[in-house]
Every structure is written in C-alpha cells, then in structure tokens.
Ligand binder design. Structure first.
Ligand SMILES: NC(=O)c1ccc[n+]([C@@H]2O[C@H](COP(=O)([O-])OP(=O)(O)OC[C@H]3O[C@@H](n4cnc5c(N)ncnc54)[C@H](OP(=O)(O)O)[C@@H]3O)[C@@H](O)[C@H]2O)c1
Length: 288
C-alpha cells in the first residue's frame, strides 16, 4: 500500500449500484492513484473481481463487523453501497474511520448509500402530496422526516459521526433507479443488473396473474434516475472530496437527493400493462 495513494474501500461492489460505481472507480482517470479494496461475500464473485480488475479483494460479509472496522480504518474514503439499512455494518465502518481519525487527525470520508424511501408518506396511491423536499434545505428533512422513517436510523448514525468530527459523512439518496447495469462486471453474468422497484412491480403483477398491479389509484408521485447517473454521482462526489474536501457539504448538509425526473406510479403500471399485453401476458393494459 503506497502512502501517496488514496485508499478507497467499497462494499457492495458486486451489486446493481455498487457494481456500476466500482467499474467507474477502476476506470477513473486517476485510478493509478487509487488503492481500491472491495469486500465481497461470494468466493466466486471475489475471485472474478480480483482477477478481472486487479484490485484488493477481501472475502467477507457485512456480518463480519471486525473486518469492516479494520478495512475502514485503512481507508481514506469508504463507499458503503451494500445495504442502506444495515445499521450494525454502518457503525462498524464508522468505528474504523474514527480509529483512523484518532490516529492521524485527518478526517476520512464516508459516502453512504441511502434512498429517498425516507420521504415516503402514507398516501398509498390515493393522492400526490404537495410537500417537496430539497437537499439544499436540511432543516426540511430534520423537521419533516421522523427518525423512524425508512433508512433514517443509519443516516442519523452517519450524520452523528460527522457532527462529532470523526468522519466527513456524505449520504447519497437515489429514488427509483432505472436502466440495466452494464459493463464487464455485469456481462460476467455473476452480478445483479436489475434495479429494485419496477422489477418488483413486474414480478408481483405476474405472480398475481391479473395484469399490471398498482397501489391504490397510483396517484403517488416519485422521482427517478438512471443507474449511470447514480454511479456518476458517486464519482462526482469522490472527485470533489479529492479536490477540496472542506468545500463539500457533509453531515446534515450532506444528504444528496438524486433525481432526473418524476412519474406517477399509475403511469409506470400502465407501461407495464402495455408490455404485458404486447407479450400476451394480459388482455388489458389497465392497472388494477
Ligand atoms: N436499486 C434502487 O432503486 C435503490 C434505490 C435506493 C436505494 N437502494 C438501496 O441501495 C442498496 C444497494 O442496492 P442495489 O440495488 O445495488 O442492491 P443489489 O443489487 O442487491 O446489491 C447489493 C450489493 O451488496 C452486497 N451485499 C448485500 N448484503 C450484503 C451483506 N450482508 N454482506 C456483504 N455484501 C452484501 C451484495 O453482494 P452479493 O453480490 O453477494 O449479493 C451486492 O454486491 C440497497 O440497500 C437498496 O435498498 C436501491
């Protein structure tokens, strides 16, 4: 490990988001100055990533908390992309970064993956709320989002560690991500190339056997963003930290809500219904 290189530790490198981010890391113009370490739980995937990309690979899972702490302690920047909701893993990473800070007095960076699920209300598809949150106004999130909201417990742990000065905490919050993961990692067939929400809607609709499903009347409005834009966002933040870390909003001001447009869930279900009709899987495209 060279002292002049930036040590980057990534979790979730074999996932939909993490794989897309990982590939950008190894293809980064400054990749020669990065010392990249990935924690991968599957021996088969670990072998592939090590051989294909020549990075440091440690076999292990989020349950190996000591390993997470040790690996974070060696990192200047941690990208936590495995699981937005694994509080124990996030605390283990924060502990490692705190240890590093205690030893070096240099503040390391944690780029944590959350999700705009913390903004979900109780509309159940029956109405579209007028409340719009802005990541430039952290007080809106602090005052409007309960601590019990989805993902929020982990986000609060990151914000708390940032407030205590142990880490520079950046929280990337994607909404519905669309598009397929692409590149050699995904071409291997070993790595998940699908997103969560719309594929889940399709699977549930098929299992139900009544055409495209919809929650309530589908009036809820949600944001979306392409997987490539999500992955680019991590690199934009990484580059900003490497250029001038002190200038990058962090902690309570470091929640980055990604979005490139919005949809109603009715429109998504209608599109799924149309595809079902075209494929002979349903007689009507009307969501129900
Ligand atoms: N996709 C979206 O639209 C979206 C939007 C907002 C937030 N998120 C959140 O972002 C996170 C990542 O999402 P994703 O779509 O990239 O998921 P994914 O495709 O399932 O990838 C998850 C990655 O993390 C690894 N992982 C999961 N649990 C692990 C554990 N206990 N120990 C070690 N590695 C573990 C997986 O390893 P394996 O390869 O071994 O499975 C994989 O590399 C999730 O928490 C998700 O809720 C997703």
């Amino acid at each position: 490990m060279s002292a002049t290189k930036t040590n980057i530790f990534i979790t979730g490198a074999t996932g939909y988001i993490g794989g897309s981010v990982f590939q950008r890391l190894v293809q980064h113009p400054n990749a020669a100055n990065f010392n990249i370490t990935a924690l991968i739980r599957s021996p088969e995937k670990a072998k592939f990533v090590k051989e294909k990309f020549g990075v440091n690979v440690v076999e292990g899972s989020n349950a190996d908390l000591d390993k997470l702490t040790q690996l974070a302690e060696q990192a200047d920047i941690v990208l936590n992309v495995a699981d937005s909701d694994d509080l124990a893993a996030a605390i283990a990473l924060i502990q490692g970064l705190k240890n590093r800070h205690d030893k070096t007095s240099v503040k390391p960076t944690l780029i944590h993956t959350s999700g705009t699920g913390f903004l979900v209300d109780d509309a159940r598809g029956m109405f579209a709320t007028d409340k719009i949150y802005h990541d430039s106004k952290p007080e809106e999130i602090e005052n409007g989002v309960p601590d019990s909201a989805l993902h929020r417990n982990v986000d609060l742990a990151v914000i708390d560690a940032d407030r205590k000065g142990w880490v520079r905490g950046l929280i990337i919050s994607p909404p519905t991500i669309f598009g397929m993961g692409s590149g050699p990692l995904f071409d291997s067939g070993l790595v998940n190339k699908h997103s969560l929400q719309i594929p889940l809607l399709i699977k549930i609709s098929l299992a139900r056997g009544k055409g495209a499903g919809v929650v309530g009347e589908g009036k809820s409005i949600w944001n979306h963003v392409h997987i490539d834009d999500v992955a680019d966002s991590y690199i934009v933040l990484l580059d900003a930290v490497l250029k001038n870390a002190d200038a990058v909003p962090h902690g309570r001001e470091g929640i980055y809500l990604l979005e490139a447009g919005e949809h109603t869930w009715y429109d998504v279900s209608k599109a799924v219904g149309k595809a079902f009709v075209e494929l002979g899987l349903a007689k009507s495209d009307e969501p129900n």
